[in-house]
Design a protein around this ligand. Sequence first.
Ligand code: NCD
Length: 367
Amino acid sequence: MKSVIDILDLSKEEVQELLDSAMDMIAHPAQYRKVLEGKKLATLFYEPSTRTRLSFEAAMLELGGTVISMADANSSSAAKGETVIDTARVVSNYADIIAMRHFKEGAALAAASKGWIPVINAGDGGHCHPTQTTADLLTIYREKGHFDGLTVGFVGDLKYGRTVHSLINALSRYENIRLVLISPKELALPQYMIDNTIRPAGMEYVETTSLEDSIPQLDIIYMTRIQKERFDDQDEYERLKDSYVLDAAKMQSAKADCIVMHPLPRVNEIAVDVDDDPRACYFKQVLNGKYMRRAMILKLMRDAEEHPDTKELGIATRLKRMPDEQAKRCKCGNPKCITFTEPSTPNIFVTEDGTNYRCAYCETALK
Ligand code: NCD
């Protein structure tokens, strides 16, 4: 049984398998209408969502399954103080697979750690959003036909933009990707992304504050919303919220075959005068997201049937773990981590090199 907390929980081959499966679903929709008959998806959403939740639910229904849903955490036992782990344990009795969105980093991993059904991370705080990444990958695949050799500009809130983190993780597997990281200094990509993904993969990257100067070199312009809800200081949000606005005038200097992406919702970082530009792909991403969620649900359900007794927990099984006795004595220092607000969540620290440990939930380095 496998959960997907981070896109890196899937191998490059498994990502390709999902892309192929989604393409097959597009070509032969009738063959998939009953494949998950009798199965239930539980969507547990502790944070606002339109597309992601509806897209998961539509995906499950289109596979012949059914859906139970907790769309408003305020009306659930979370409001009484129930931990994510307990909620996941309970829901494991009602459903066959969980899609969870939570405002705390690492919440989906916590849910997967003690439940006994697969968990899909539908966004954990400012950390990861692997299913948006699958939507992004299918969009790139359909529009550009390949991943290798692309110059990808990420624009806006690279600090809290979880879709950015997950897509960079995914792209780190391909050859000769060049990243142009365009953000105000305050919203630069977190250091852990540079240390854990970009440097080990040997990805070429530049950091800049200028969108205008960068546009002509980009094959993909990936715009993002400034993540208001993640700021500790709302004055800082007000100061930074309109840092970048892509409009038709700026698109004049973009490559003829570049594509404009955005995970949505947009606030005002893409002017509506870009919507009719044939290079605008953000509404195509929405449909591609539904196909990829179908492909992922189907894969994880089949995997759970074939391997009911093994549990793959992503980073916690991929990397070497600190012995539990030692981990109990350490504490993650990130206040946005699930282990911070729910201290009964078992500490898990992992390492690649045997010395530098990081929290498996939020990837913050252990000091
Ligand atoms: C994104 C998210 O939730 O991180 N939205 C989405 O799932 N499509 C992006 C955002 O909220 O800005």
